[in-house]
Design a protein around this ligand. Structure first.
Ligand code: ZN
Ligand code: ZN
Length: 125
């Protein structure tokens, strides 16, 4: 039986950028990043190029449906990309938001006043 080198090369070309993207995006969103980074490995079990492409597309579509929605901001402490709703940075574990001393809601780092109650009493962080 001949080993299908073309299939292996196609699989690796699909897997590498997919893993890179999934790692970066799921890590920034603090969303099961180990699971999602390893997910493209199932493409290695495909036995033909069309199946490999189908696997890759399916993974990407499911990821975009399931991932936490919202913008990616920069951590004010370490500068890594992080999801806007995170109050603690998943990379450096430091506070990524201030807290309103009045209503105790998390407030964006660069805000001058609380967007919820308009108080200007925010933690220094
Ligand atoms: Zn950070
Ligand atoms: Zn407030």
């Amino acid at each position: 039986m001949n080993f299908d080198w073309i299939l292996l090369v196609v699989n690796l070309i699909l897997i590498a950028p997919l893993m890179f993207f999934l790692y970066r995006d799921s890590r920034a969103r603090d969303y099961s990043w180990m699971l999602w980074t390893l997910m493209p490995v199932i493409i290695l079990f495909s036995n033909s190029v069309p199946f490999s492409i189908l696997f890759a597309v399916t993974i990407i579509v499911f990821y975009f449906i399931l991932r936490p929605k919202g913008a990616i901001l920069k951590c004010p402490k370490c500068g890594k990309p992080i999801h806007e709703i995170l109050t603690v940075c998943p990379f450096c574990r430091r506070d990524a938001k201030r807290e309103c001393l009045h209503c105790h809601e998390p407030v964006p780092w660069d805000a001058e006043q609380c967007p919820f109650c308009k108080s200007r009493a925010l933690t220094k962080g």
